[in-house]
Ligand binder design. Structure first.
Ligand SMILES: Nc1ncnc2c1ncn2[C@@H]1O[C@H](COP(=O)(O)OP(=O)(O)OP(=O)(O)O)[C@@H](O)[C@H]1O
Length: 315
């Protein structure tokens, strides 16, 4: 695996005195899709903005494909495309002029065939002579993507790309992301839609309070997702878990009226059938049962909560 982006000891304290990032270390590999998850104000945009040269870091280093960000900024920045959260572009220009101009800004030679293909891929070709101000919000977002890709970057940052977009644009966006990945482009996105990260990302990072608290392969997270909880509503309450049920990881809840069993739903033997048989054998009856699958959202919320709790304790 080749590292395309290396972030080390990155920190940012704004002039207001607010520390938005603390000691962030992160390595992104070429060709991967990395999702950065975090609650509002976690520091996601600050992180992206530093890498894209919009905000200056207070501490740490950023290296883009071997180019040190501070010394070789131009070379580093040319390799990066950014689709920002906020849409800002010249309202009076046409789509074609806006996108072609962006390419020129990075010193790339004109390539009308490339721009045409890009506009076609983003369903913007028919709108190429329209002024930006005449476009719908979704179309404007497509223009922002076309601008970000106009200089053929190797790394694409998407900051909340699907917030407030319609289903069609979201689908197009993900098709585009998959297509770019096939061509070896590295994609780093922030999203509030955790299912999206679940579907698209190779790896996931969770950031909260300016700290990167977890970076993990999505498959690993899916293993965690595989955890299920079975709750059995008992016919008669229990005061303790019977010794005969000692081999299962059980807990009593609901004042002894519920028996809760947590298990790995992907495991070959979940232990559920044998547990139910054993309960029947020893005369512990249940009226009802239900299962619940933990989602990435549960894991995410739990992590953020834990981290905030730890901060509170430390304070
Ligand atoms: N220019 C600034 N001056 C002072 N504080 C700032 C500035 N920009 C951002 N912040 C603060 O830094 C923190 C991190 O903000 P950032 O925009 O990076 O978060 P985020 O994770 O992108 O949030 P969201 O999901 O809401 O976009 C927030 O508390 C924010 O108020």
């Amino acid at each position: 695996m080749t590292a395309v982006l290396e972030i080390s000891g990155l920190g940012k304290t704004y002039k207001s005195g607010h520390t938005a990032l603390s000691d962030v270390d992160l390595t992104i590999n070429k060709g991967e899709i990395f999702a950065l998850l975090g609650p509002n104000g976690a520091g996601k945009t600050t992180l992206i903005s530093i890498v894209c040269g919009i905000v200056t870091a207070s501490a740490g280093t950023v290296t883009v494909a071997g180019h040190d960000h501070a010394q070789g900024y131009r070379a580093a920045r040319t390799m990066i495309g950014l689709v920002p959260q906020e849409l800002h572009t010249d309202a009076f220009e046409t789509v074609m002029a806006t996108v072609s101009f962006s390419r020129g800004l990075f010193g790339k030679p004109r390539d009308p065939a490339f721009i045409e293909q890009l506009l076609r891929d983003l369903s913007l070709w028919d709108k190429r002579t329209s002024k930006i101000m005449e476009l719908s919000g979704g179309m404007k977002r497509r223009v922002m993507i076309a601008k970000a890709l106009s200089h053929e970057p190797e790394i694409l940052f998407l900051d909340e790309p699907t917030a407030g977009v319609d289903v069609e644009l979201r689908r197009d966006m993900w098709n585009m992301v998959r297509g770019l990945r096939e061509r070896g482009v590295t994609i780093i996105l922030t999203t509030h839609y955790i299912e999206e990260a679940e579907e698209m990302a190779d790896r996931v990072g969770v950031i909260t309070g300016g700290r990167l608290i977890l970076v993990e392969q999505k498959d690993e997270l899916i293993k965690k997702l595989g955890r299920k909880t079975l709750t059995l509503n008992l016919a008669e309450p229990l005061t303790a878990i019977p010794d005969e049920l000692g081999q299962w990881k059980l807990a009593l809840a609901g004042e002894g009226n519920e028996l809760v069993y947590e298990f790995d739903s992907r495991a070959e033997a979940t232990g559920v059938p044998s547990l139910l048989r054993r309960m029947t054998d020893i005369g512990v009856q249940f009226k009802d049962l239900h299962t619940r699958q933990s989602s990435l959202e549960d894991i995410f919320v739990g992590l953020v909560h834990e981290s905030n709790g730890a901060k509170g304790e430390a304070a």
